[in-house]
Design a protein around this ligand. Structure first.
Ligand code: NAP
Length: 449
């Protein structure tokens, strides 16, 4: 799917902290808070981004390589992307060592002040691309994001440290925040804390508008996913609707490029095998842009009372509806050879093949219905393209209880179409509204000759 940056990239903040809010200890060596499972998810997130930014202090103390795993680098190359995302740092002092791991493999972008740029270029030589930022010593992050967008960066991951994360949040320049909490305590006031030492007023950070969009257990870590800013403020970010068992995310129609990148974010935010689901959807969408989408992440109990999760993604392109469903099957406890599996299927249906788009709205208290104001409490969207149908046949009757004549058979044929149901009570009012807007986009698309 094409991902073209416009305005500024979609910005995802990522950090790991101890249970008491520290992101490192006070020792000279880096404290690794993540376990293997969390590192793998972070690796996946890195591989899904066009660029990764860290503050100069993190370059100096952690000396991170920021390269995705070999397998994910191969996947990126197969998708036509550079093997690793572009590395980026910001510094006003220019105090960076070109021999450090951060500068290995490919030249990072180093943003600095106009005054420091020349000396830094002389020191880093071919190891980096130094970009002077107009203005003061405190580099303007909005300017930097604009420059990254102009360089084709559509999706930026910001991996710390505290000062940098705090500035992105306080400036309202972040869309998502992935925070992994380790079951460890640092309890050392000399150690760096998450968002501390940003030099920014606490009121600026207090008004960041973090909204919890998901909580998951990853290895021994608790991973919190926040959306940042007011809902709908940024077309690049899909809106996540609730934290309940079913989460619905919907992209709007007005910006197809943003919708493409928003779909990927929405799938990632669902937290349900995002790499697998996105790859499946992406291969079905192909090179077309996505103009609208819905991601429905659902959970139910199977007969053994195990929680089973599944995700449905619908993406609308200018010519097709792409439908994808992913389900998981746990390992059979009785069979030591058995392994858990996920099954994902996709189907791409031309608009002209869609025979019906049915939307059922349940309106509470209809006597006080106000047009344009009263929202449905529940909606059921059914999309038909007549692929599967089932027939139920039974002996026919004439209505006379005493009649013993043979009336042959009667039956009904029902199309097994795709149905999505969301309700205000289970999913929140926004989810209901968003499925309605996807249905509208689909109806418009299918009504064109
Ligand atoms: N747990 C985690 O997830 C995680 C992730 C990353 C880092 N960390 C930890 O965080 C600590 C480092 O974080 P930190 O908060 O001290 O530093 P940081 O955010 O990594 O970097 C701060 C530095 O970046 C530059 N900078 C930031 N904003 C700037 C701006 N607007 N204009 C110009 N330069 C700017 C400055 O560099 P100059 O001083 O060169 O001017 C500043 O000193 C380390 O202990 C590291 O281990 C933890």
């Amino acid at each position: 799917m094409p991902e073209v940056a416009e305005g500024r990239p979609h910005v995802i903040l990522s950090a790991a902290m101890s249970a008491d809010g520290y992101i490192d200890d006070a020792s000279a060596t880096r404290l690794v808070l993540s376990d293997a499972a969390d590192l793998d998810q972070v690796d996946e997130l890195r591989a899904s981004c066009d660029a990764i930014l860290v503050g100069a202090q993190t370059v100096r103390t952690d000396n991170p390589g920021l390269r995705p795993s070999a397998a994910r680098r191969q996947e990126r190359v197969a998708r036509g992307q550079p093997a690793s995302p572009q590395k980026v740092t910001i510094t006003s002092s220019g105090d960076l060592d070109p021999g450090s791991r951060f500068f290995a493999d490919s030249p990072p972008l180093v943003y600095t002040t106009a005054a420091a740029a020349e000396a830094l270029r002389a020191r880093l030589k071919a190891a980096a691309v130094v970009v002077p930022v107009p203005g003061s010593d405190r580099l303007d992050l909005a300017w930097i994001l604009g420059d990254l967008a102009a360089r084709g960066i559509g999706r930026l991951m910001v991996e710390g440290g505290a000062v940098v994360l705090g500035q992105f949040l306080a400036a309202g320049l972040a869309d998502e925040f992935r925070l992994a909490v380790a079951p460890e305590v640092v309890a050392d006031p000399a150690a760096p804390r998450l968002l501390a030492g940003t030099g920014l007023a606490s009121t600026a950070l207090a008004s960041t508008g973090l909204r919890l969009a998901g909580v998951s257990e990853v290895g021994r870590m608790a991973v919190l996913r926040y959306l940042v800013g007011s809902p709908g403020a940024d077309m690049n970010s899909a809106r996540v609707v609730n934290e309940g068992p079913q989460t619905v995310q919907d992209g709007g129609m007005s910006d197809t490029k943003a919708a493409s990148s928003g779909l990927q974010s929405a799938i990632e935010r669902s937290g349900y095998y995002p790499g697998l689901v996105y790859d499946a959807v992406s291969s079905a969408v192909g090179t077309e842009p996505v103009v609208s989408y819905v991601v429905v992440h659902d959970a139910h109990f199977d007969p053994g009372m195990e929680v089973r999760r599944h995700v449905t993604v619908m993406a609308l392109t200018p010519t097709r509806l792409v439908y994808s469903h992913t389900d998981e099957y746990p390992a059979d406890d009785a069979d030591p050879e058995s392994r858990a599996q996920a099954e994902t299927s996709t189907e791409a249906v031309r608009h002209s093949r869609i025979s019906s788009v049915a939307l059922t709205r349940v309106i509470p208290d209809p006597a006080s219905y106000v047009p344009g104001v009263t929202a449905p409490s529940e909606v059921v969207l059914t999309i038909g393209w007549n692929v599967l149908s089932h027939i139920e046949i039974e002996p026919a009757h004439c209505g006379d209880e005493n009649c013993e004549a043979d009336h042959g058979f009667t039956g009904t044929m029902t199309a097994d179409d795709l149905t999505v149901r969301v309700s205000e009570a289970a999913d929140g009012p926004e989810a209901v509204g968003q499925v309605v807007s996807f249905a509208r986009a689909l109806t418009e698309a299918t009504s064109r000759p």
